[in-house]
Ligand binder design. Structure first.
Ligand code: NAG
Ligand code: NAG
Ligand code: NAG
Ligand code: NAG
Ligand code: NAG
Ligand code: NAG
Ligand code: NAG
Length: 839
């Protein structure tokens, strides 16, 4: 049948990829299912309902064999992503072979002589109504006419390709493993030499093995969003890699999803290269990335205790020994044979026979720090903090090295250190144990501080901060070390020019009253700590009482807005135009030297968090009040997004920024401040990420992309907090081992949504309202911004009984998504962070 040809389209560093063009099956008839009465014959193809995938007979270029396989229907050159009978081919001349379903529900490929050449092996008894379908994700499934359960699915039997949403991993209880196995050659789908799979280690790694056992390539340990040994690939990781482990069930699976809605597949080539192909236009496959690509990517290139200097340009590995080590055989090493690696030069003090070697000149061993490395193989994980990690390694003589990775924790090594690469950037810090004599001054000055709190919070923080210098003090307050950016423009003249500005503008525009600094000092008792109400976004807030008796709240902006006074003033004028009953009213501002104060009306009931998260006071907020708060915040946000003159994106919506007046009406505060800290440039394209952990949408936290939808996300988190009376950042359910959002989703998807309602409300709430809020909240925290509703839709859904779309299962990419590249930046306070995004 097949007119066969292939095309070579790329020539890469090591190997060329030859991709397969499949027979263009002329006038092929499409079918949408296979049943026992309707087998798939040659000349027919089975097509997925959306026309994305196609299954049929094919014969590779210049091959005498014929197979049944699956490929993307309209992307070229065609690549077969799954083959049924890879090791039992049909003859290319066999025109009568068919794929059918037997009476017991098994798929069976029979040749022209009616002999079975391949079949599935399920033991479910079928009434003959089983049908095989091809799904739009490429999964080929057998199911009964009725019911959704799959009797068999091809995703359980991967070939050389992993498609999005397919799982690769293992179940250590059942012993089931799924891995990719390469083809023998580009034109021969039979089982090849290379296997790609996940290791059971903690944290897991992806390996490519040759002939099942010899390591060929290794990804380095998984660090919550990516594999550590692959630097400079952050961009690509936006395609969304995930690793799900369930300790109780003994399962660990790797999968990926499409972040940007391109078509994509990953496979292992017959030469052992792991390639990711994508198609942006939906017509042609392009190589997105591949690995191993450079010599250093090959496992153990430089032998034990050797280091490979990774460089994109070199075609031969540049090997050196770790500090304090030298080639085991200088002769072999200089001839380029690094199999035997390097050996230690000066024996360690630890573990040596001290009774003989005690001498004053011998001192304790120390650690040598190597930066930007792909950590060696054979790590052992300990759930310890940095300082304890060092002590663990120091006190055990068999420990050769340790590393502390924010997103993982403590890793130690006691086997030969192998497969280390040194990158120019990225990677992690590795601390190698060396005898004192080998250490320069540098090695002795390693100081480490860390102490961590809530697991969930740390995971979020660590990911968000990625490359940050992050410190957590024992009270659990995360502080980002920062360089203060000071305003240079604080002179008397600029203040004059500001006043001038105010004078020269239309008085009707001047809604900002400028307070005298001294009167504010008096009102707030010199910003005394007893007057401090809290630390909101962008600065501390103080209570004050003006001479005439009016109570005010004064926000003292942190000095790093990076904005000149005129710009600040301008922004204040704009912000003062935002007036809505669910926004805190701005009364004025005050500028003195580099002090910038914003004066608001004082809210009797302080902020929502002071009530909601206080076990003693939570009961004050009955359901009617909570529902009113949810609706009020939604309306305030709608006003900011759509109805105001400015179209403001809040960017730091959270419980502590919702103030409550004497009647418990919610008022959003800190709106528009992002503008001040942002400057007036294009709001959607910023280098700075300001927000609060736990409330930041994935795309904002990871990539600095923000839009109305990032506020919608924060709103969703807030709604879920209000319903349950939980604080998302300190929530962790020990039974399910889930953080806040995954937990809420889990309970909701089990149909037990009302279990999530705060127990202090007992039965005094409207179940339908609560379910509606929960539903809306979950819709708002969808990973994909496009799946989240807009604020007009939210307001509508909250106030009507109509059916809302079902939320999709969120993947909570914040906890599992790509690590951003951030530089240290300017932060405001304990809760709100401002990150500078790297260019
Ligand atoms: C595929 O077939 C064409 C024509 O039959 C031939 O020219 C080409 O070399 C073949 N390619 C491979 C990779 O075998
Ligand atoms: C089919 O499955 C049964 C048990 O379910 C097993 O005993 C048998 O060996 C399997 N046969 C093949 C060919 O895999
Ligand atoms: C199979 O397809 C036929 C039409 O092509 C349709 O009538 C039938 O319901 C389908 N069966 C299943 C199980 O989807
Ligand atoms: C895998 O094993 C086969 C047979 O044992 C051998 O011919 C082949 O060279 C091995 N492959 C590699 C890449 O070493
Ligand atoms: C490299 O050295 C090892 C150990 O001495 C030896 O077994 C191996 O054959 C050598 N390889 C090459 C390519 O010379
Ligand atoms: C350490 O010294 C003791 C005697 O002082 C000796 O018996 C023992 O073998 C030595 N151990 C090693 C590892 O050198
Ligand atoms: C030292 O480390 C090794 C390897 O991790 C471990 O097997 C051993 O139990 C440790 N010894 C002590 C005393 O902790």
């Amino acid at each position: 049948m097949g007119i066969i040809n292939s095309q070579c389209f790329c020539d890469f560093l090591f190997f060329s990829i030859i991709s397969l063009l499949l027979s263009q099956i002329s006038s092929s008839a499409k079918v949408y299912n296979i049943t026992s009465l309707q087998p798939l014959a040659q000349g027919q193809t089975l097509v997925s309902s959306g026309g994305i995938f196609e299954l049929g007979f094919f014969s590779p270029n210049s091959s005498a064999n014929k197979y049944v396989g699956i490929w993307h229907k309209s992307v070229f050159p065609r690549k077969v992503v799954w083959v049924a009978n890879r090791d039992s081919p049909l003859a290319v001349t066999d025109a009568l072979a068919t794929l059918t379903i037997t009476s017991n529900g098994n798929l069976q490929l029979v040749d022209g002589k009616r002999n079975s050449v391949w079949s599935t092996n399920i033991s479910v008894l079928s009434d003959g109504s089983a049908a095989a379908l091809l799904l739009d994700n490429g999964n080929f499934v057998v199911k009964f006419n009725t019911g959704d359960e799959y009797l068999w699915e091809s995703f359980d039997y991967p070939g050389d390709t992993i498609l999005p949403s397919m799982l690769l991993g293992f179940n250590s209880k059942s012993g089931k493993r799924s891995f990719l196995t390469s083809w023998k050659s580009e034109n021969d789908p039979s089982t090849g030499e290379f296997v790609l799979g996940l290791t059971p280690q903690n944290p897991a790694q992806i390996f490519i093995w040759i002939n099942g056992s010899t390591p060929f390539w290794r990804s380095g340990p998984w660090e919550k969003s990516m594999f550590i040994g692959i630097p400079g690939r952050d961009d690509q990781y936006l395609s969304g890699f995930h690793l799900d482990a369930n300790v109780q069930q003994g399962t660990k699976y790797f999968w990926y999803n499409l972040f940007d809605k391109t078509v994509e597949y990953m496979y292992i080539s017959s030469k052992g290269i792991h390639k990711c192909m994508d198609s942006k236009n939906g017509e042609n496959w392009n190589l997105h990335w591949e690995t191993p690509k450079i010599p250093c990517d090959i496992y153990g290139t430089c032998g034990p205790f050797g280091v490979c200097e990774a460089s994109e340009s070199s075609t031969t590995p540049i090997c050196k020994c770790l500090k304090g080590f030298a080639p085991k055989s200088v002769d072999e090493w200089s001839r380029g044979n690094r199999t035997r690696g390097c050996v230690r030069q000066t024996q360690l003090f630890c573990g040596s026979n001290t009774s003989q070697s005690v001498s004053l000149s011998r001192k304790e061993d120390g650690f040598w720090k190597m930066s930007n490395v792909k950590l060696p193989d054979y790590h052992e994980y300990s759930p310890l903090y940095e300082e304890d990690c060092r002590i663990l390694c120091r006190d055990n003589c068999s420990c050769l090295a340790y590393a502390y990775v924010n997103t993982i924790g403590c890793l130690v090594w006691s086997k030969d250190l192998i497969d280390i690469s040194e990158f120019s950037s990225g990677g992690a810090d590795l601390f190698i144990r060396l005898a004192n004599a080998e250490l320069g001054e540098e090695g002795k000055r390693i100081k480490l501080v860390a102490s961590l709190v809530s697991i969930c919070f740390i995971i979020m923080a660590a990911i968000a901060f990625g490359l940050y210098k992050l410190r957590v003090n024992p009270k659990g307050i995360i502080k980002v070390m920062r360089n203060e950016i000071r305003l240079t423009d604080t002179s008397e003249t600029s203040r004059e020019s500001l006043r001038e500005y105010i004078r020269t503008h239309d008085p009707s525009e001047l809604l900002v009253y400028e307070y005298d600094f001294n009167s504010i000092l008096i009102a707030t008792s010199n910003f005394s700590t007893t007057n401090k109400l809290g630390e909101g976004g962008f600065g501390a807030v103080y209570w004050g009482k003006l001479e005439e008796g009016k109570e005010i709240a004064v926000k003292r902006l942190s000095s790093c807005s990076g904005q000149g006074i005129e710009e600040f003033k301008n922004e204040m004028l704009l912000i003062s135009k935002l007036q809505h009953k669910n926004l805190v009213r701005l009364m004025g501002c005050c500028i003195k030297d580099d002090e910038k104060l914003i004066i608001y009306e004082f809210m009797q009931n302080k902020s929502l968090d002071t009530l909601l998260f206080d076990p003693m006071k939570r009961g004050v907020l009955d359901w009617a009040k909570r529902f009113n708060i949810i609706q009020g915040v939604a309306r305030g946000l709608l006003y900011l997004h759509r109805d105001s003159c400015l179209k403001v994106i809040h960017r730091d919506l959270k419980a502590s920024n919702i103030l409550l007046d004497e009647n418990m009406n919610p008022k959003i505060s800190d709106f528009g401040l992002a503008r001040i800290f942002q400057g007036t440039q294009n709001l959607a394209n910023t280098q700075k990420v300001a927000g609060t952990l736990g409330y930041m949408s994935p795309e904002y936290a990871m990539r600095g992309i923000f839009s109305e939808k990032s506020d919608v996300y924060s709103f969703g988190v807030l709604v879920l907090e209000i319903i349950g009376g939980w604080k998302n950042t300190s929530f962790y359910d020990h039974e399910t081992e889930l953080c806040f959002l995954p937990y809420v989703w889990h309970i909701w998807s089990e149909g037990k949504g009302l279990y999530l309602v705060d127990e202090v409300l007992a039965d005094s709430y409207s179940a339908s309202e609560a379910m509606r809020c929960l539903h809306v909240g979950l819709l708002c925290v969808q990973d994909n911004a496009a799946d989240r509703p807009t604020m007009p839709e939210v307001v509508f859904m909250l106030s009507s009984e109509t059916d809302s779309p079902q939320p999709k299962q969120p993947i909570f990419s914040f906890v599992s998504d790509p690590r951003p590249r951030y530089d240290s930046g300017c932060s405001a306070n304990e809760a709100t962070i401002t990150l500078l995004q790297g260019r």
